[in-house]
Design a protein around this ligand. Structure first.
Ligand SMILES: Cc1cc2nc3c(=O)[nH]c(=O)nc-3n(C[C@H](O)[C@H](O)[C@H](O)COP(=O)(O)OP(=O)(O)OC[C@H]3O[C@@H](n4cnc5c(N)ncnc54)[C@H](O)[C@@H]3O)c2cc1C
Length: 314
């Protein structure tokens, strides 16, 4: 039953017309605030400032995906450059990263468009010393995203990339990144609906894959080779396992951190921070929040009730 509900919400997340409508109606402002840091970069920076004051690190992520034309992809790159300037002006550079969705930079149109946009964003990020990570999207773009990452890391050696534990191929991908000494990985379970033959389907198997990948990345040899790990999950058991491993291996504190989504388990985020973990909050922002919002509902349909309650309560 829960798999069916998840599939339904993931299907809804791809309905553009429903999204266009919901994104434009005023009461939705309260709905989006449940998981989204603001409709524009100024609002997102305000949200970030409060979090940074409390001791969190942040990752800004412009919402949107699968642009229809190169002009839209270029506009997204422009927005990222403006965001980077604002982050620097707000004095948030050292605590901030930006996360970039390859399809928003035009990867679905062609590789060259996305690469040109990525390189221009990376150059702007180097100027203000803000780190960048590539999000990982559907499996039909994994190869191209990794190619973008390898091209980008030549220009910006700190560039990071998300790896999805639900993909069967990820063990090989992570090992190749370690061998090339460019394993700056944000490890996630994976959020998309994918063909069964490419993914592990049972939650237990996905957790095992996550655990195994984190173990390899925190291995002393990987760390010596420059690996770093963002443990990007709300699964407290996986976070605790990573911490135990990092403690045993004496992983330097600047090589691993916990990453969680804005609005998801905020009290646990605070508790981890209080226990001394480095915690980074991923802050999605922008007017096109519908697909992202629906993916969060798919992960936990009960969120819909909480979000609707925030619309109707005063
Ligand atoms: C910082 C960050 C970046 C990410 N980047 C990517 C990416 O680039 N590509 C990609 O495919 N995916 C990405 N994801 C999403 C990820 O793949 C998962 O879909 C998502 O994190 C849910 O899985 P989980 O690891 O939290 O584990 P789950 O097993 O889903 O959840 C663990 C616990 O957290 C609770 N929980 C999980 N989600 C929610 C929620 N929305 N609301 C309330 N409680 C919840 C669950 O109820 C459960 O108790 C990212 C996630 C994070 C945290």
């Amino acid at each position: 039953m829960s798999a069916l509900i998840r599939t339904l919400f993931l299907w809804l997340s791809r309905r553009r017309r429903a999204g266009d409508w919901l994104e434009s109606v005023p009461p939705a402002d309260r709905l989006l605030r449940r998981f989204v840091a603001g409709r524009n970069h100024d609002e997102a920076i305000e949200t970030a400032q409060t979090l940074v004051e409390r001791g969190f690190r942040v990752t800004f992520s412009l919402l949107g995906e699968d642009v229809a034309a190169p002009t839209d992809a270029n506009a997204a790159a422009d927005e990222y450059r403006t965001l980077l300037e604002r982050i620097a002006k707000a004095g948030l550079a050292s605590e901030s990263k930006i996360a970039v969705k390859p399809s928003l930079l035009g990867l679905g149109l062609n590789y060259e468009t996305a690469l040109g946009n990525l390189l221009s964003v990376l150059e702007a990020a180097r100027w203000v010393s803000v780190a960048v990570e590539l999000d990982m999207e559907r499996s039909d773009s994994t190869d191209n995203t990794l190619a973008l990452f390898r091209a980008g890391v030549r220009e910006t050696p700190t560039l990071g990339v998300a790896i999805q534990a639900y993909l069967r191929r990820s063990g090989g991908d992570v090992q190749a990144l370690i061998d090339q000494r460019i394993a700056h990985v944000r490890l996630v379970k994976g959020a998309y609906s994918e063909p069964a033959e490419l993914t592990y389907s049972s939650p237990a198997r996905i957790e095992k894959s996550f655990h195994d990948l984190a173990r390899v990345l925190l291995d002393a040899k990987s760390i010596e080779g420059g690996a770093s790990l963002g443990v990007a999950t709300h699964d407290m058991r996986l976070i605790a396992e990573a911490r135990t491993r990092a403690f045993r291996k004496q992983t330097p504190a600047d090589r691993w951190e916990v990453q969680m989504l804005y609005g998801v388990k905020p009290s646990q985020q605070q508790a981890l921070l209080d226990q001394g973990y480095a915690v980074r909050v991923y802050l999605p922002y922008g007017p096109h929040w519908y697909p992202y919002f629906l993916r969060r509902i798919a992960e936990r349909p009960g969120n819909l009730w909480f979000a609707l309650r925030s619309v109707f309560s005063r």
